[in-house]
Design a protein. Sequence first.
Length: 515
Amino acid sequence: MSQPESSLMSRLVSLSKRRGFIFQASEIYGGLNGFWDFGPLGCQLKNNLRDQWWHDMVECPPLGPDGKPLSIVGLDSSIIQHPRTWEASGHAAGFADLMVDCRESKHRYRADHILCLEVFYEKAGVKKPLGVLSALEGDEFDTTIIKKAKKLMQKAGGGEILPIEASLAVPFTTLSKEQQGLVIGLDAENVGTLTEPRAFNLMFHTYVGVFQDEDSKVYLRPETAQGIFLQYKNIMDSSRVKPPFGVAQVGKSFRNEVTPRNFIFRAREFEQMEMEFFCPPEDGMMWYEFWVAERLRWWESVGCRKENLFGHVIPENEVAHYSKGTTDIEYRWPFTAPNFGELEGVAYRTDYDLKQHAAFSKTNLDYIDQEAKRRYVPHVVEPASGLTRGVLLLLAEGYQYDESRASPEWLKIKPSLAPIKLGIFPLVNKDGMPEVAEKLYLDLRQTYTCQFDAKQSIGKRYARMDEAGTPFCITVDGETLKDQAVTIRDRDTASQERVALDKVRAYVAAKLASA
Ligand code: ATP
């Protein structure tokens, strides 16, 4: 099957816009980098994935290793919490990269990615410094440097550039302030265009109340998890849960990402689905392994092919100091293929977070186990996934291209997650057909998301539903009034079946349950 020239990502972006899955935020004002709006189909798809996660995590959690259902409860905590929260969690001090801005090109770079080299030239037998030139790590250092050096040389009135030794280049961060002031930025023409390296915290801040000063400064949460730790004690005291148990939360998180990119993969405002599983310290490793396996299984259950998922065990020297194990659940994204990129992180966080919050808030967060007559701070295993990234996965995984179909581009989304479950059409808008179709629609829409469509040819209507990923289309035709039956078309096979009107409900229920 021949494929279009454009990349899968650009096709996903344009299909998303054309069919109302995802739009650029503030598009009429030129957009705002890193922000996205979910349109009619997109928010339905996102809600369905969220509800499935909530169902499988909170309402009907998996069975534990002993065959008994796990105990997991829900929470919806504030986006803005007491600012001490982020001091205790480490986000206030540590959630930062050192960044350098170029005043001329307006580009921003990670300071440790800029390499600098002092260059000399010779004129009338005298060696003179030409300037400090910079290039980005991974760039072709020599070419960049020589091009810039030649320009500078012209300004200096000509001469001979002394051989450049790229191996002598050093990171921008190791230069003195004076030297930093002499550097020519990567995309700049003039000297001294780079600012000093500044810690760039990824948290957005705002102020609470009338006065805007350090005392009223608060942060938009960069993850939902911390809200769970803050309420862990209240939840235990009010819900009769005790370790091992989990608290799950879905909600918006905000990160001022330096380079938001790859559509909704790395956004500045996004949604997470996180669960903190509290357990006795000695069982931490067992639960960590349990959740890694369980989360891989779950992504498969929502329609991800096994070969596109990968459990990447993070090497010990790369995990956070408090973690006793982290596995990233990775997906083969269109822009990483054949490699994988993060979809969800499963981390064994030990008792770090609860101990930090206990110390910073001066609150005792021990669990007192009455039966075993002991007290301890529970250990925590955290499966932290991205709802926004999950939607991108469903689109990428579901995208199909088949030139022989009325709509070559169509979405094979698992029926239970599809934004619209049923398209309901009168074949033509006369002869009693609209009335029957409308009656069916008014009945079925009480149970399923349905779309009634009486415009354009039936082929075009099927094509529109295929692009939206609608699994079944029901057509009322000229025969219906005689045989009291309709045609039901299956999205995946494009095959049609005749079903009696009074059997449609049962047919659809069975199909949706089995698919
Ligand atoms: P990355 O390494 O991709 O920046 P991370 O390790 O910082 O991700 P976590 O802090 O573990 O991410 O957050 C858990 C999940 O939240 C991620 O697996 C991802 O699905 C989602 N997520 C994190 N940052 C973003 C973002 N900027 N845009 C969309 N989703 C995100």
